[in-house]
Write a protein that binds this ligand. Structure first.
Ligand SMILES: [Zn+2]
Length: 382
C-alpha cells in the first residue's frame, strides 16, 4: 500500500484503494483505523475537536497495556493527534486515516460527508464499514437547472457542490421565433415552443456527456413547475439516470442554495434503490442469499453481484489466518484447511472485505431506513 505523509490527504477513494485496504492484514495487530468528524460544533474555539481526538488516542493507549505499545504504533497515534489542527479547520468534513508504520502504510482521506463520527481502532485489519457508508453518502451526482434557452450544471459530492460552467449551451430562443415570424402571435408562440423543445432535446444530449465527464450516475433537474411538462419528455434518454426534479423559482440561484433542494432527492433515491433491491432479492429466490451464513457462503463462492448489508451488531464470524477463508460458525479449527489459527472478526467487516475482494457491489442500509431489515442479503450472479 503506497504511503502518504501527514497533510497529504486525498478526497477520492479509488477501487484500488478499497481492494488494498480490504486485503491489508498486520499479524502484530498494529493497524490503526481513525475516523473523525463533527457535524455541528458548539463554538468556534475548536477546543472540542482537539479534546475528542486526544481522548481517542488515550483510550487506544489504555486498551493496549502501556508497556506493550510499540514505538511504531505510538508514533502513528502521535501523528494522528497532530492532524487535530487540520480537523479543526473543517470539523464537518470526515477525516479518515489508515496507518501501520511497521508496514509503511499511511493513507489519509478527507470526505465531504455530513455526519458525526469519532472512532479509533487498533487491530489486524482496517475498519471499513464507516468508509463504505461515507463513500455511498457522497457518490457524485449532477444537477441541471433550466429555464427557456438557459441551463446551468452542478456536481454534488456529499456536502460539496461545484458549478461547472461552459458545458451546457445557452440560446436566445426568442430570436429564432422572431426570425420565422409570420405576423400572427399564435404562430410565434407555437414556433417558440418548438424551438424550446428542440433546445431541451439538444440539452439532454449535452447533459448526458456532462454526466459521463463527471462520472456521475444520477441526475436531478431543477426548473419552474410550469416548464416541467415540456422539459420532462425531452430527457427521456436519461430516464435511468434521472432521480427527480425540484421547483426552482429563481434561475440566478447560488450553488449553496441548490444543494439543499437537490440533496433530499438523492437521499430518497438511495433509500428507494435499497428497497427495490431487497424486493428483487425476495422475488427471485433462485438468485438470492438471505442471512449471514447463506450470504457468506455465496461471497466465498464469488457468486454475489450485490450485497445489502444492515447492522449486524455484536455478530462475529470466524476467519482462518492461514487460508483466509471465513465462515459463520464458531470453532477452534478452520473448517476448510484444519488450521488452528482461527480468529473471530466482526461479521459486517468480514462481509465487506469479502465483497470488496470479489468485486461485489455493496449497499449499506442504516437501521431506520428500511424497517424490518437488519441483517444481510444478496442478489446472486448465477
Ligand atoms: Zn483455513
Amino acid at each position: 500500500m503506497p504511503a502518504t505523509t501527514t497533510g497529504h490527504h486525498r478526497d477520492i477513494v479509488t477501487a484500488t484503494d478499497l481492494t488494498e485496504l480490504a486485503g491489508f492484514c498486520d499479524e502484530q495487530a498494529h493497524a490503526v483505523s481513525f475516523y473523525f468528524s463533527l457535524a455541528t460544533t458548539p463554538d468556534n474555539s475548536h477546543r472540542e475537536e482537539f479534546i475528542a481526538v486526544k481522548r481517542l488516542i488515550q483510550q487506544a493507549h489504555e486498551s493496549i497495556a502501556p508497556s506493550n505499545v510499540p514505538t511504531s504504533l505510538a508514533k502513528d497515534l502521535e501523528q494522528i493527534l497532530s492532524t487535530a489542527d487540520e480537523i479543526s479547520l473543517d470539523p464537518a468534513r470526515l477525516k479518515v486515516i489508515f496507518a501501520c508504520r511497521e508496514r509503511q502504510a499511511w493513507q489519509e482521506f478527507e470526505i465531504p460527508t455530513h455526519q458525526s463520527i469519532s472512532l479509533l481502532d487498533v487491530g489486524r485489519r482496517f475498519r471499513l464499514r464507516p468508509l463504505m457508508a461515507a463513500l455511498q453518502a457522497c457518490a457524485p451526482f449532477c444537477v441541471v437547472i433550466l429555464e427557456s434557452g438557459k441551463a446551468r450544471g452542478f456536481v454534488i459530492r456529499g456536502t460539496d457542490i461545484k458549478e461547472i460552467t461552459g458545458r451546457l449551451s445557452v440560446e436566445d430562443l426568442s430570436l429564432h421565433a422572431e426570425d420565422s415570424r409570420v405576423g400572427w402571435s399564435r404562430h410565434v408562440e407555437t414556433n417558440l415552443e418548438e424551438h424550446e423543445q428542440a433546445y431541451f432535446k439538444r440539452l439532454s444530449r449535452q447533459v448526458h456527456e456532462f454526466m459521463s465527464e463527471q462520472q456521475a450516475a444520477h441526475l436531478v433537474i431543477g426548473c419552474r413547475e410550469d416548464l416541467w411538462g415540456e422539459v420532462g419528455p425531452q430527457f427521456a434518454n436519461l430516464q435511468n439516470e434521472f432521480i427527480g426534479h425540484f421547483h426552482l423559482t429563481n434561475f440566478e440561484v447560488g450553488p449553496a442554495e441548490v444543494l439543499p433542494m437537490a440533496r433530499p432527492l438523492f437521499e430518497e433515491a438511495r433509500r428507494q434503490r435499497c428497497v427495490n433491491l431487497l424486493n428483487e432479492i425476495n422475488e427471485s429466490p433462485s438468485h438470492a442469499a438471505l442471512g449471514l451464513d447463506d450470504v457468506l457462503q455465496s461471497l466465498r463462492d464469488g457468486r454475489v453481484q450485490k450485497l445489502v448489508l444492515g447492522a449486524l451488531p455484536n455478530q462475529t464470524i470466524s476467519e482462518c489466518q492461514d487460508c483466509r477463508r471465513m465462515w459463520s460458525e464458531a470453532g477452534h479449527n478452520c473448517v476448510f484447511c484444519g488450521s488452528g489459527r482461527v480468529r473471530y472478526i466482526a461479521a459486517e467487516e468480514g462481509l465487506i472485505r469479502q465483497a470488496l475482494t470479489t468485486d461485489s457491489e455493496i449497499l449499506l442500509v442504516e437501521e431506520d431506513v428500511i424497517p424490518g431489515f437488519g441483517g444481510a442479503a444478496a442478489l446472486l450472479r448465477y
